[in-house]
Ligand binder design. Structure first.
Ligand code: ADP
Length: 447
C-alpha cells in the first residue's frame, strides 16, 4: 500500500517536473523571439531610412549580427517573409525538432514578416538523468511492490493456516475432554461395583473371610477406592475444561456448613492423632456460593492437611476482609494468619476461609506449581499410589474456587506448615449483620 502510493507520487512528480521544464524553455524561446523581433524591426527601419530596400535587407550587417547573436540555447534563427526565407543563422535543421517560437516583425511589407527562433531544450541532459533516476527508482519501487504483495499473500496464507490449526487444536481439545468425561463415566460404574462388593465381602455378607484373606481384600478395597477417587477427579477436570460444570448458588451460613464438613472428616483426623479446631465467627456474613463445590474444595484442603501433617493440628478459620467500608477484620485466632501475600482486590468484600496445618510445608519455589494438574512435590514412591495422591486435588479446587468467583492462595514455610486460603466473594447486600447473630467468636475443637 505504502509502496504503491510512493510509486504513484513518484510518477506524478516526474511528469509535473518535466512539464515545468518544458514550459520554462518555451517561455524563454518566446521572449527571445519577441525581443529580437523588435530589434530586427528597428534595424529594418534604419536600413530603409538609410536608403536600403526590403529586397537587400539581408545584406544589412546590423540585422545579420542581431540574428547571429542570440542566447546560448538558440540553435537557429530566421527572418521569414510570407513563404520566403529572408535570412537564416545557425543550423536550420534544428527547426525540425527544437523548441520553436515566432514573433511578427513590423517591416511595413505586404506579406507578414516573422522572426523564428529554434531553441535546443536547455535542460536535456538534466532531464535525461532525472528520467533515468526516476525510472530506476520506479523500477525499484515496483520490485518492492511485488515483494510487498507476495509477503502480504504469504502472511494471509499463514494466518489462515494458523486459524485452521487453532480450530483443529480447539476441536481436539474438546474431543479430549469429551473422551475423558465419557471414559471416566464408563469406568465409574464397574468401579462402584468393585468397591460395593468388596465392602460386602469385608462385612461378611458372603461368609467370613479367613485371616489370610483379610489383608488382600483390604488392599483391593483401598485400591478400588483410590482408583474411583482418581476417576472422579479426572471426570471433574474434564468437565471443567469442557465448561460443563455448572454453578448452583445458594446462600449459606458458613459456620454450620464448615462444622458439618469437618465432622465428616473427624475420623480421618483422629486416625492420624491430629487436632482439628474450627474458628468461625457467627457474625460473618452469609455467602452466596455453590455448596457442593465449596464442600469439595474444603474436603480436599482438609484431606491434604491431614495427609501432609505428621504431628500437630489443623485449624479451619474464616475472616471478613476488604469491602467498601473496610470492615474491621475479626481477631486472629492463631499467632500467624498469613493473609498478606496474594490477597485479591480488597475494594470488595471477601470471606477468607483458611485451612492451616502444622505439617511439612511447601517450598516457595513449588507453591505456584502445586496448583497445576498432576503436579506433586516430594510425592511418594510410584508403587504406593494410595499415599501418593493424584496431583489433581488442588488443580480442581482452584478451578472450582474460580468458578465460584474467588480463588485459592497458599502461604507456607517448609517444616512449619501451610495455610491455604479460599477467597469467597461477598455480595454487598450480605454485608449487613445477621439479625440473630450474637457477636461472639466461636472457636470449636472438633476432637
Ligand atoms: P495430591 O495431594 O493428590 O498429590 P494435590 O493437587 O492435592 O495432589 O496437591 C499437590 C501437591 O501439593 C501435593 O503433592 C503436595 O506436595 C502439596 N500439598 C498440598 N497440600 C499440602 C499441604 N497441606 N501441606 C504440604 N504440601 C501440600
Amino acid at each position: 500500500m505504502l509502496l504503491s502510493s510512493a510509486l504513484l507520487l513518484m510518477i506524478g512528480g516526474l511528469i509535473a517536473s518535466d512539464r515545468a521544464m518544458t514550459s520554462a524553455a518555451v517561455a524563454l524561446a518566446r521572449t527571445d523571439a519577441q525581443q529580437s523581433g523588435l530589434a530586427i524591426a528597428q534595424a529594418i527601419q534604419a536600413h530603409l531610412r538609410a536608403g536600403g530596400t526590403l529586397s537587400n535587407v539581408a545584406t544589412d550587417s546590423v540585422l545579420r549580427s542581431i540574428i547571429a547573436d542570440g542566447p546560448a540555447v538558440r540553435s537557429a534563427a530566421a527572418i521569414v517573409a510570407g513563404l520566403d526565407t529572408v535570412l537564416v543563422a545557425g543550423d536550420p535543421s534544428t527547426f525540425a525538432h527544437a523548441i520553436r517560437q515566432a514573433a511578427p516583425i513590423a517591416a511595413g511589407a505586404e506579406a507578414p514578416w516573422l522572426f523564428v527562433v529554434a531553441h535546443k531544450p536547455d535542460a536535456e541532459p538534466l532531464r535525461l538523468v532525472l528520467w533515468i533516476l526516476s525510472l530506476a527508482t520506479a523500477a525499484f519501487l515496483g520490485v518492492g511492490l511485488v515483494r510487498e504483495r507476495r509477503q502480504a499473500m504469504r502472511i494471509a496464507e499463514r494466518s489462515s493456516e494458523l486459524e485452521r490449526l487453532y480450530s483443529e487444536v480447539a476441536r481436539a481439545n474438546t474431543a479430549k475432554s469429551e473422551f475423558l468425561a465419557n471414559i471416566s463415566h464408563e469406568l465409574r460404574t464397574p468401579l462402584n461395583a468393585i468397591v460395593g462388593f468388596v465392602e460386602l465381602l469385608k462385612d461378611g455378607v458372603y461368609g467370613d473371610l479367613s485371616p489370610r484373606q483379610v489383608p488382600p481384600v483390604d488392599r483391593i478395597a483401598a485400591s478400588a477406592t483410590h482408583l474411583r477417587h482418581l476417576v472422579d477427579q479426572v471426570l471433574d477436570i474434564a468437565k471443567i475444561a469442557a465448561g460443563r460444570l455448572e454453578v448452583h448458588p445458594e446462600t449459606i451460613v458458613l459456620r454450620p456448613f464448615v462444622l458439618n464438613v469437618a465432622s465428616e472428616l473427624e475420623s480421618l483426623v483422629n486416625e492420624r492423632g491430629l487436632s482439628l479446631s474450627i474458628a468461625i465467627a457467627v457474625t460473618l456474613p452469609r455467602v452466596r456460593t455453590d455448596p457442593t463445590h465449596l464442600r469439595q474444595i474444603l474436603v480436599n484442603l482438609i484431606g491434604n492437611a491431614v495427609k501432609y501433617t505428621p504431628t500437630g493440628g489443623i485449624s479451619v478459620r474464616a475472616r471478613l476482609v476488604g469491602g467498601p467500608s473496610r470492615p474491621t477484620p475479626l481477631p486472629q485466632t492463631t499467632p500467624t494468619s498469613p493473609l498478606s501475600a496474594h490477597t485479591p482486590d480488597l475494594r470488595r468484600a471477601w470471606v477468607a476461609l483458611q485451612v492451616a496445618d502444622t505439617g511439612v510445608g511447601i517450598a516457595r519455589a513449588d507453591q505456584a506449581r502445586i496448583f497445576e494438574e498432576f503436579e506433586q512435590v516430594n510425592a511418594g514412591p510410584r508403587g504406593d499410589s494410595m499415599q501418593r495422591g493424584t496431583g489433581l486435588g488442588l488443580a480442581i479446587s482452584r478451578r472450582l474456587a474460580q468458578l465460584l468467583g474467588g480463588d485459592i492462595t497458599v502461604d507456607s514455610d517448609v517444616g512449619k506448615g501451610s495455610t491455604f486460603t479460599v477467597w469467597l466473594p461477598i455480595h454487598p447486600a450480605d454485608l449487613e449483620p445477621l439479625p440473630s447473630a450474637t457477636p461472639s467468636v466461636a472457636g470449636t475443637a472438633v476432637n
